[in-house]
Design a protein. Structure first.
Length: 318
């Protein structure tokens, strides 16, 4: 691309990567949404319609036109998947993109003291909370929390919105987003673009965000990478309230070795099936095996401080 190419020409070249219907959706969001000052817009579509590709070009166009853009998803797993599909560009959770923790007074003073290089006397609220802190002789390169043996997450008292910033927040898998996080997003960002399928299950609290959309665009054409996929075909039958005939399959050790998932309705069934699959693979009952996938169940404060968030997936290492 020529360095002297004008922004409109760069936008046209980016749009050339899309089908006509995808291009029309992006142009509508730009011309009828952002430039008219709408707050909430959506790029909707079923599986296989190219939402990820289209939203990627949308982000590219926004950056060409000078709009500050952040990508986000409701969960850590969804953010990781989107990052992998977006050439490893940074993708945050909506939580981390829009909120910051509010700490107890003692921890807040300790953090401010640390940000100043631990210079000067230790703040009195910190001394009152940790009487031995002055005897530790904490230096500018030290981590006070580590020296004290305390977990910062234990001192979070709530969450507040981050400072207002101009720009656009693009949220993938938006069906999982709830109204509370949506309010934080609108408090922080000028514009929010929701990407997803409104026909998917709503968040656990049942409060969907799609009713707040001011401008909707929808992708309906199934593209080549989605054609022939039994999952996409089944999803589209379900969208039309059709009956899905499921063939009977026997789950074998070959399925287990390939990591083929089993979807269960109840937690009790999930736990029993997990034990059954581990026995099928010959794993010991009371010991994890290297390479075995695990899911964080609780995600409490101490877990989150270590980067272990609820429903995030990991692998066992030696």
């Amino acid at each position: 691309m020529n360095a002297h190419t004008s922004p409109p020409e760069k936008v046209d070249r980016a749009l050339d990567k899309l089908s006509d219907s995808q291009k029309s959706a992006v142009e509508t969001l730009l011309a009828e949404g952002l430039y008219l000052g709408l707050n909430v817009m959506s790029l909707e579509g079923a599986a296989g319609t190219g939402k990820t590709v289209t939203s990627g070009v949308l982000v590219e166009c926004l950056e060409i036109l000078g709009w500050p853009v952040e990508l986000a998803a409701p969960t850590h797993r969804a953010a990781s998947v989107l990052s992998a599909k977006s050439e490893d560009r940074e993708v945050k959770t909506v939580h981390s993109a829009t909120r910051r923790p509010k700490f107890a007074r003692s921890m807040a003073h300790l953090m401010t003291w640390q940000e100043g290089g631990c210079n000067g006397p230790v703040p009195q609220p910190a001394v009152q909370e940790w009487p031995d802190i002055e005897a530790l002789e904490i230096g500018p390169d030290d981590d006070p929390c580590r020296r004290l043996g305390v977990d910062m997450g234990d001192y979070i008292t709530g969450w507040v919105a981050k400072e207002k910033q101009p720009g656009v927040l693009v949220v993938d898998e938006a069906s999982m987003l709830d109204e509370d996080l949506m309010q934080f997003a609108l408090t922080v960002f000028d514009h929010v673009i929701l990407v997803g399928d409104p026909n998917q299950l709503p968040p656990v609290n049942g409060k969907s965000v799609w009713k707040s959309v001011e401008l909707r665009t929808e992708l309906t054409e199934i593209h080549r990478q989605g054609k022939g996929s039994p999952i996409i075909e089944a999803a589209n039958i379900a969208r039309g309230a059709g009956r899905i005939e499921l063939p009977a399959h026997r789950y074998t050790i070959e399925h287990a070795k390939k990591g083929v998932p089993i979807i269960c309705w109840m937690n009790k069934t999930r736990m029993l099936r997990s034990l059954w699959v581990r026995r099928l693979l010959g794993h010991p009952v009371a010991q994890l095996v290297e390479g075995e996938p695990i899911v964080v169940k609780s995600g409490n404060k101490k877990d989150r401080a270590r980067g272990l968030y609820k429903n995030s997936m990991w692998s066992v290492v030696a």
